[in-house]
Design a protein around this ligand. Structure first.
Ligand code: NDP
Length: 347
């Protein structure tokens, strides 16, 4: 069987922006024989995510992430369907997901790398398993619940950076549902600002490319900031932290503005921001969703119910074709996506 796959062609360097040419499309032949425990899967959707930028480096800087190898098939979050099975736990037609799905149109995988999922959880929108009812939805929900300390009735104001992205777009909606009276999103275009306010119910949105973030924050958060869901770090976060209240909380989700730089994670803060944290007793604990997977099943049910009832809306940017994986990844890293960036590989 002939299949297409994407391999790592070159590394951008620790201090470089990734380019589509860092990836290469190849055709290979899958051997017809399967061993016991193996299944043949057909890929439906693949995910591109910011953490993959670390996997492009020779050293990822994180012990739970292995580097992608040059000329080897790239992998990440994927959802697909079992074509044929020599594994007792799976039958043809089962829908399955994996965090280590090869960027390949069909693949031979071992059953232990796969998890069977129930399409009813997402009303048949199988790509949601990679986003709102998958790792990014979990990141938003568990990040808020573990580190946000939102109190209903306490008139909390929440700010979300990267607000129109996969995690941010869900986090802002959860902030509202969990009781914040005001949810302000910061993102990179007027189109994104319009989407998060009109479609997702954010109170206000700030376009950080066109508007002065400190001034707009002052206007939008007259009572200061109580909860900050931080996806980006850098100057945007310095501006938000400067307006946070005493005893407020940061959900340190990600720092994408620093991912093309050779700095440790989390990147060091400026002296002024560090002083702000200390003098106002602001918590800023690192959050890693993979440390909370024991809570994943209940959280996924909650997300699923919110989405089915229409209380959470899901935004996606879908690109077609495995040949566009590299483009889609680089575009997402530069803000080309609204909602979760998905690549559709087959029907
Ligand atoms: P998104 O869908 O948010 O896509 C990335 C977005 O980042 C882009 O669309 C862009 O939006 C924004 N961005 C890129 N460069 C910059 C910059 N220099 N300054 C400000 N914004 C920038 O990705 P995800 O939702 O998948 O991830 C969001 C964050 O969450 C990342 O930092 C990621 O590492 C983190 N994360 C953390 C997890 C955890 O366990 N802690 C798990 C999953 C994700 P714009 O147009 O607004 O600039």
């Amino acid at each position: 069987m002939q299949v297409q796959r994407v391999v790592l062609n070159s590394r951008p360097g620790k201090n470089g922006a990734p380019v589509p040419e860092n990836f290469r499309l190849e055709e290979i032949t899958l051997a017809p024989d399967r061993k016991d425990g193996e299944v043949l899967v057909r890929t439906l959707y693949l995910s591109v995510d910011p953490y993959m930028r670390c996997r492009m480096n020779e050293d990822t800087g994180a012990d739970y992430l292995t580097p992608w190898q040059i000329s080897k098939c790239v992998d990440g979050g994927g959802v697909g369907v079992i074509d044929s099975s020599r594994c007792n736990n799976f039958a043809a037609g089962d829908v399955v997901i994996s965090f280590n799905w090869p960027w390949q149109t069909h693949a031979v995988m071992t059953g232990s790398d796969l998890q069977k999922v129930d399409p009813q959880l997402v009303d048949g929108h199988l790509s949601y398993f990679l986003g709102a009812v998958g790792i990014t939805g979990l990141t938003a929900l568990l990040g808020i619940r573990e580190k946000g300390h939102i109190t209903k009735g306490a008139n909390h104001t929440m700010v979300v950076s990267g607000a129109a992205g996969a995690c941010g777009s869900i986090a802002g909606q959860i902030g509202r549902l969990d009781g914040c009276v005001r949810v302000v999103g910061i993102c990179g275009s007027d189109e994104k600002c319009k989407a998060i306010v009109e479609d997702l119910g954010f109170s206000t949105a700030i376009n950080y490319h066109l508007e002065d973030v400190p001034t707009k924050l002052k206007e939008s958060c007259p009572d200061g900031v109580d909860v900050y869901f931080d996806n980006v770090g850098g100057a945007i976060s310095d501006a938000v932290i400067a307006q946070m209240n005493n005893g407020s909380h940061i959900i340190l989700c990600g720092q994408i503005s620093q991912y093309n730089k050779d700095v440790p994670y989390p990147p060091p803060l400026s002296e002024e921001t560090q002083k702000n944290l200390q003098s106002k007793n602001i918590t800023r604990e690192r959050f890693t969703v993979l440390n909370y997977m024991s809570k994943a099943d209940a959280a996924l049910c909650e997300l699923s119910q919110w989405i089915k009832s229409g209380r959470i809306k899901v935004l996606e940017t879908v690109v077609n074709g495995i040949e566009n994986m590299g483009d889609a990844f680089c575009s997402m890293m530069k803000g080309g996506n609204i909602g979760k960036q998905i690549i559709k590989i087959s029907h």
